[in-house]
Design a protein around this ligand. Sequence first.
Ligand code: PHE
Length: 351
Amino acid sequence: MSILNQCESIKVDFTNDQKKVEQAAVSSAVEQLRLNYLGRKGKLTALMDELRNVSKEERPVAGKAVNVLRQFIEGEIQNLVTQAKSWELKAILDRAPIDVTLPVSDAAHSGSLHPVTLVRHQLNKVFKQLGFTIYDGPEIDTDFFNFSALNIPDHHPARDMQDTFYVEGSDNLLLRTQTSNIQIHAMLNEKPPLRIIAPGRVFRCDSDMTHTPMFHQIEGFVVDEGITFAHLKGTIDAFLKAIFGSTLATRLRPSFFPFVEPGAEFDVQCGMCKGQGCRTCKNTGWIEIGGCGMIHPNVFEAVGYDSSLYSGFAFGFGIDRIAMNRFALPDLRQLFEGDYKFLGNFPIFSH
Ligand code: PHE
């Protein structure tokens, strides 16, 4: 096809495309139209390239025709660009109006508490109702409070159960591996009767889907004259029912912790399958919560309490595990990654 004929046909195409763009009235379509004709792979650009192959005699006429067409297309596109500005404005005006005078909803801006905080608040509330007081203590502590006063002497194999971070440059300081150190602090500072809970951070050299190097525990202990295993069982049953609901059964299983005798682990019936067995409870029907037992006489000796006069019980468990269970979280690490998209999904109020 001669250049002149091609000019004609491109002009017809352009006029058709131009009409479509005007009908669509969308500003991005104008840019697309420009690219289709004037862009590097555009129809007019291709035609201008072809001019090189035209004979010297025909070139002036052909060149002029292409130039006229180019000016025409450029002019039309310029008009469309001007028109597109009013299309954009209209699109904005047509949108649903935003009433900036509306009051801001509280929920939108107040954020939410961290799931671990929510569970901790609930636990504090339940234990307060059971007559417990909250006690705080150091996260960096000495070997005495974390281990030896708790009947875990140097080189005792029970130390292997808690892979510990030691503080460099000190032969005695470590990041506490358990909130049980608060038993010792509280007993040294106070006289019985004691009814204490101690929530806080603990640290172990562990990391996978269900373990993080830092996690939260809550310790509870009661010391008085005449405290028995029945008090322990009743307390555990009462708080597990308060947290997980009264329809789920609870149980104690014999276990070993050096600072209690007898010792047990306590479980709650799996809420997912109601004890039938499922993936969450690894088909056992039970979820393990923590450890407990009657405070060992050696612990009382270490703090100077008379073990023939006083008895007591202690328990400890992971707050994060309870949060995982309550909010059906597959990976414990999510709790500590600080991802706002994840953390924004929890109830705003804790009570
Ligand atoms: N401190 C123990 C642990 O971290 C739990 C525990 C606390 C066991 C109190 C018995 C009594 O594994």
